[in-house]
Write a protein that binds this ligand. Structure first.
Ligand code: F6R
Length: 617
């Protein structure tokens, strides 16, 4: 999603902004822009549609004067198409005050503000909500505010929605002011120079010291330092965190795409989780849950979006099976608006790779306000969700750069499995079953490694999928979420329409789609007691001449009659205990999506229209 970078007091302001924007490219965007304050105090603006290279070319064709202050932005279009006029920064002026702004989020009441500002003489050049921001701030400066932070404070009282923005004022070199509500913004504390960014990664190599702003904080950076006002306009100190971002800067490490690299990292991610979160002697899970009274939990809501939602569905299976506690799993965008009733003893779990997804964060805040205990599973322990939680489980997947999530999904599934076992232990459930599942988890990294190396049958299949317009994915029990996740992956990066259903649901509607042109991916393990049921569903597809792709283990294959078997495309996975089958079955579906996408030549790491970390509703 959109990215923000700002710098004061650095003679390489332009290059720092462009490098920062390049680091944020992975988040997905469709235009980019930069504004600098030149030595005569004027704002200079350059913007371009498409990849960042277009902006770099623009700055080469129309060079910016030297400057020590700059702001930059990568935009993922919401209000208004991706055009140069809609790209940020946006400029607004009232009287003698001229400002440039970069913004992430949505100003929901922008129509009202536009009408109001229009009457004051504002002229809008874009279709964006963002363009109201500099005008509202300039109006505050013109009317009563003495300083830029005061004007920003006054302006934020008028904005509805979520935002993070940074403002630069003409004739005010080496000062930038930024604020946030619901969307992330941090300060990079440097030596002599200071920075603002939506993600610390943008500032890697410039500083390792970061201040993560709270909602409604207003931070002003100058060469001398950083000053912060809280939401009431009072000076406040926020802690400085030291982050080592060197590993985040690692490149593709010889892989063609970040997605492939991240698929290959999965065995190491799982090993790291097991090493950190299990007792080496008795293998019992030891997640850092000290902030929670596990024995007192009576029911659980798990809230997430997209891939994290599918991992949460696996979590539900584990928790209900082992801890025998009812679990509701829901997409965050629905949960937050249906005013759900909460009961005492409830635990609210948010699952989010980024820890910043707007809908999940809003649902978390709703539950927190209602007095629920909050547990967050996230890959970013400095994120807004982590900071709002009673307990945080770090997913330890390392930064995920590819937009399509793979290793974070794997980490979520494993961490939720460990949570289920720890909760089961606290609830006094059968120790033998818990131990058996813990032992199974120990074997997972090796199974993942061998599965990742098995690409041949998938490559053969990929060729058949190149002309395919639509697919069906089916799975039962804890493999149903894997079918959902597999369909999502092929949609996201190979742009093939795919529907996923719990196998038993097929005959209630989707079977109408089955004909000889429809590839149907079926997931079935011989170890969960549901194999025969799945074979019945396969027969239903076979009877309608659908193209069956069966992902199963050797025992499963042995149970098929040879006539059926010969008509299927078989993807073999190792025979593994049911507890780890979801993770093992995930890998061929990730690779199928990846190989199909690369064969089709799509932009695998930054697929069209998608953003990493969705910070708007
Ligand atoms: C799909 C994908 C998205 C995210 C979703 C939630 O591959 O990555 O569906 O899972 O946007 O993101 P987080 O986990 O950051 O809350």
């Amino acid at each position: 999603m959109c990215g923000i970078v700002g710098v004061v007091s650095n003679p390489s302001a332009k290059d720092i902004v462009l490098t920062g924007l390049q680091r944020l490219e992975y988040r997905g965007y469709d235009s980019a822009g930069i504004a600098t304050l030149n030595s005569s105090g004027s704002i200079e603006l350059r913007r371009a549609v498409g990849k960042l290279q277009a902006l770099v070319t623009e700055t080469e064709t129309n060079p910016l004067q030297s400057a020590t202050t700059g702001i930059g932005h990568t935009r993922w279009a919401t209000h208004g198409a991706p055009t140069t006029a809609n790209a940020h920064p946006h400029i607004g002026h009232m009287g003698k005050h001229k400002l440039a702004v970069v913004h992430n989020g949505i100003i929901e009441n922008y129509q009202e503000l536009r009408a109001e500002l229009g009457q004051l003489g504002a002229t809008f050049h874009s279709q964006t909500d963002t363009e109201t921001i500099p005008y509202v701030i300039a109006t505050a400066l013109e009317r009563s505010a003495e300083t830029l932070p005061q004007a920003v404070h006054a302006a934020t009282q008028k904005f509805r929605g979520s935002f993070a923005f940074v403002v630069m004022q003409e004739d005010q070199p080496d000062v930038l002011t930024g604020t946030r509500r619901g969307a992330p913004l941090c300060v990079g504390v440097g030596e002599g120079a200071n920075y603002l960014a939506s993600d610390p990664l943008a500032l890697a190599g410039l500083t390792s010291k970061f201040i993560f702003l709270e909602d409604d904080d207003i931070a002003t950076i100058t060469p001398k330092g950083v000053s912060i006002l809280d939401g009431k306009g009072k000076p406040v100190d926020r802690p400085v965190k030291v982050l080592d971002l060197t590993t985040d800067l690692a490149g593709k490490n010889g892989f063609k795409h970040f997605m492939l690299k991240e698929i290959h990292e999965q065995p190491a991610v799982v090993s790291r989780l097991l090493q950190s979160y299990t007792n080496p002697v008795d293998l019992s899970p030891v997640l850092p849950l000290q902030g929670l009274n596990l024995a007192g939990i009576t029911h659980i809501n798990i809230i997430a979006c997209g891939t994290a939602y599918y991992a949460s569905l696996i979590g539900k299976h584990y928790i209900e099976q082992f801890a025998r506690i009812p679990v509701n799993v829901e997409v965050a965008s629905e949960f937050r608006y249906r005013n759900p009733p909460y009961q005492k003893g409830g635990l609210f779990i948010a699952v989010s790779q980024s820890g910043e997804t707007a809908d999940t964060l809003a649902a978390l805040e709703h539950a927190k306000a209602a007095g629920q205990n909050i547990l967050v599973f996230t890959n970013v322990t400095t994120s807004s969700m982590a900071r709002a939680a009673d307990a945080v489980v770090d997913l330890m997947a390392g930064r995920e750069i590819a937009v399509a999530s793979t290793k974070a999904f794997m980490a979520m599934s494993v961490a939720l499995g460990l949570f289920a076992l720890q909760l089961a232990g606290a609830k006094g459930q059968a120790a033998a079953e818990i131990l058996e599942a813990s032992r199974a988890l120990r074997t997972l990294p090796a199974f993942l490694s061998s599965q990742i190396a098995t690409t041949k049958p998938l490559e053969e299949l990929t060729e058949k999928l190149l002309e395919t317009g639509s697919m069906l994915y089916l799975g039962r029990g804890s493999l149903a979420p894997i079918a959902f996740e597999g369909a999502l992956k092929i949609k996201e990066i190979a742009y093939i329409h795919a529907e996923a259903y719990a196998s038993g649901e097929m005959k209630h509607g989707p079977i109408a789609l089955v004909d000889k042109s429809l590839p149907v991916v079926n997931l079935a393990t011989s170890t969960d007691g549901l194999f025969e049921k799945t074979v019945s569903n396969l027969k239903e597809v076979e009877a309608r001449h659908g193209q069956i792709i069966l992902v199963t283990d050797a025992e499963g294959i042995a149970k098929l009659d040879s006539a059926s078997r010969d008509k299927m495309h078989l993807i073999t996975v190792p025979t593994v205990p049911a507890f780890i089958a979801p993770m093992v079955f995930t890998v061929p579906l990730q690779l199928l999506a990846y190989l199909t996408a690369t064969a089709k030549g799509t932009d695998v790491d930054q697929p069209r229209n998608l953003a990493k970390s969705v910070t708007v509703e």
